[in-house]
Write a protein that binds this ligand. Sequence first.
Ligand code: BV8
Ligand code: ZN
Length: 262
Amino acid sequence: MVDSSDQAAGRLREAKRVTVLTGAGISAESGIATFRDAMTGLWSQFNPADLATPEAFRRDPELVSRWYDERRLQVAGCRPNDGHLALARMERIAGARGVKFTLITQNVDRLHQAAGSQSVIELHGTLWVWRCVDCGKEAEETGPAFSEYPPTCICGGSRRPGVVWFGEGLNWRDLSAAGVAAKACDLLISVGTSSVVYPAARLIEDAIAAGAKVLEVNPNPTPFSDEVDWSIRGKSGEVLPRLVEEAFGNGVDAHRIDSSAG
Ligand code: BV8
Ligand code: ZN
């Protein structure tokens, strides 16, 4: 009996256009709590979705900017895990095989890029860029904790994290590129997402409606588990390296394929 991961690996090997959508679950094995996981310590009394809104920032910019800066500093101490690394390898192999590969993430931690992924669509922005709410000036923030909350711009305005909050529109260029990649792929891989936040979750609907094969990797079921072609119950840090190996062979083969990418 060919199990689902063999079939999915076979499809990955044959695919000409692969699109991957990731959520907080892929960063769980790097020590970053998912949105589902209860918040710990001083944040345990908050529901993440309540802090991730423009209203919350207007109401208490110190609290919200402190929460995001703590998340930024926590991520700074984390390393990409085997799940991130497997997707970076998948991108390289795809490049060597002339396969169109698109990685779309809901995560704001930039661990995909730290793992070596080259082209990443950050649907919900990033913790590493902060923006002035008055003049719009943006700057990368990779340093230590801010000396004040919220941090202040040279124009005197307050600065906020460069993430998309609930009730805020996504960057239309990112959203349309993601939509095209979901509708045009012949394989969509949905990894570590509860698939309830929109418009990100609609990308899975778009791929299914466009006739693509869909593989879901998640230790828990999602609203799409009965609609996808393969739903593998497991941790992405374990399932994805195995999937790439089943599809393209072990490191050596994959390396041969990788190195030919030059
Ligand atoms: C908007 C950045 C309008 C900030 C985030 C249609 C229907 C219903 C509701 C809506 C709708 N359209 C819009 C809405 C409202 C809302 C929404 O979707 N609400 C939900 C809650 C119902 N959407 C919005 O507000 C969007 N904006 O609609 O604006 C508009 C339009 C035009 C112009 C003006 C306005 C904006 C949404 C983006 C919000 N920002 N993040 C920050 O990070 O702080 S969303 C944030 O939450 C994440 O980015 C992510 O998207 C989401 C969390 O979901 P996941 O990543 O899936 O994480 P979660 O914890 O839920 O699940 C983890 C999963 O991993 C689990 O399934 C678990 O089993 C699995 N897992 C655990 N361990 C592992 C694992 N998997 C693999 N391996 C493991 N080891
Ligand atoms: Zn400013």
